[in-house]
Design a protein around this ligand. Structure first.
Ligand SMILES: [Zn+2]
Length: 349
């Protein structure tokens, strides 16, 4: 039996696979994947020695996906169970080393390269956030328990300052400033242009202030925040940011709507593992809404089973964005979900 590995996100699972070589030391691996109940298995042969390799992951919060265009390794408050502090720091610097290190250079990145730079910068920033999660609150020194291997111990011995709060927080600030300074992506689709971005920041500030006030908290990082309150804030932030509340995907991108639709069957399968008849009834409802919509509008179809490929669909094969999100909402409703939050609700028989 393969051990079930506990991952926060797909991004973290893929990174773990990348950081875990075959026994022959080969790191290249292009696995296939399939769902097994709540778990997802990545498997396939090592390209060097041909051994079968196999990883089985369970996700902390399956519904919680990364915003398209950004890499986020976790949305959980606690540290990773798969990747230790020294590995995260290494990942951070690997990504940070591939992008300009100053705001001036960053602003000069040609438009066509900005999305790639944004992805790598967000990966670096998110990896560093993961390092900091290993630091106990109010302590500056990384505990021994955050370093799981000889390699990690040696990394710290080589640069001890980099495992202390002052350096880490300063680095986090630098990376955040860089991410915010990157000029908008082509067509400004992610945020709706510079003005849209400024408005978004302002709306987010308002949403957070309201939430803090309503719950009598000291701030967004208040220790007393319950998971339900955190979830509520996340939804409010998404609603204020032109993001789909259920997935966090952009309402401005047709590929994001397709990605949201493609995740619905997974949600149904996960919710109704013990009730195959109900599961199949709801899966059929999802399929029917999409098929009707395609037949009615004549928009190009896509393969809903190729879950990783939505953002590779060429622009001329993408349906109009608002209409596609409408179809996603209708599909949720038809499968007994709240059209906004994606949560299962009482369903008229
Ligand atoms: Zn091998």
């Amino acid at each position: 039996m393969t051990t079930v590995l506990s991952a926060h996100t797909y991004a973290e699972a893929y990174l773990y696979i990348d950081l875990t070589p075959c026994v022959c030391r080969e790191t290249r691996f292009a696995p296939a994947m399939h769902a097994e109940g709540e778990d997802i298995r990545w498997y396939g042969p090592c390209p060097n020695c041909g051994r079968d390799r196999d990883f089985l992951f369970r996700f902390a919060d399956f519904a919680d996906h990364t915003t398209p265009g950004y890499i986020e390794y976790s949305h959980q408050p606690g540290p990773s169970e798969l990747i230790d502090a020294a590995q995260w720091l290494w990942v951070c610097e690997q990504y940070a080393g591939t992008v300009p290190a100053t705001i001036g250079e960053l602003r000069a990145v040609p438009e066509q390269d900005r999305q790639g730079v944004r992805l790598r910068l967000s990966a670096a920033g998110s990896a560093l956030d993961e390092v900091l999660k290993f630091l106990p609150r109010d302590e500056d020194e990384m505990p021994e328990s955050a370093l799981w291997s000889d390699w990690s111990q040696q990394s710290r011995a080589a640069a001890p300052d980099r495992f202390r709060r002052p350096w880490l927080e300063q680095r986090q600030d630098e990376l955040r400033r860089l991410i915010i300074s990157l000029p908008d992506v082509p067509a400004a689709e992610f945020w709706g242009g510079d003005a849209g971005y400024q408005a978004k920041i302002q709306r987010l500030g308002e949403v957070r202030a309201l939430w803090v006030a309503r719950h009598g908290l000291a701030g967004v990082d208040d220790d007393r925040v319950t998971p339900e309150q955190r979830h509520e804030l996340q939804r409010a932030e998404r609603a204020a940011s032109d993001l789909d509340v259920a997935t966090g995907f952009s309402l401005n991108l047709p590929a994001a709507a397709i990605a949201a639709y493609n995740r619905l069957p997974w949600a149904v399968q996960r919710h109704f593992t013990d009730d195959p008849a109900e599961r199949d009834r709801r899966l059929a409802a999802l399929t029917a809404v999409r098929a009707d919509w395609l037949a009615r509008t004549g928009h190009p179809s896509w393969d809903p089973d190729s879950i990783e490929d939505e953002f590779e669909i060429p622009a001329d094969r993408l349906p109009p964005v608002a209409e596609t999100w409408q179809m996603v909402r209708a599909a949720r409703q038809a499968a007994g979900m709240d059209p906004d939050t994606g949560e299962f609700v009482a369903w008229p028989a």
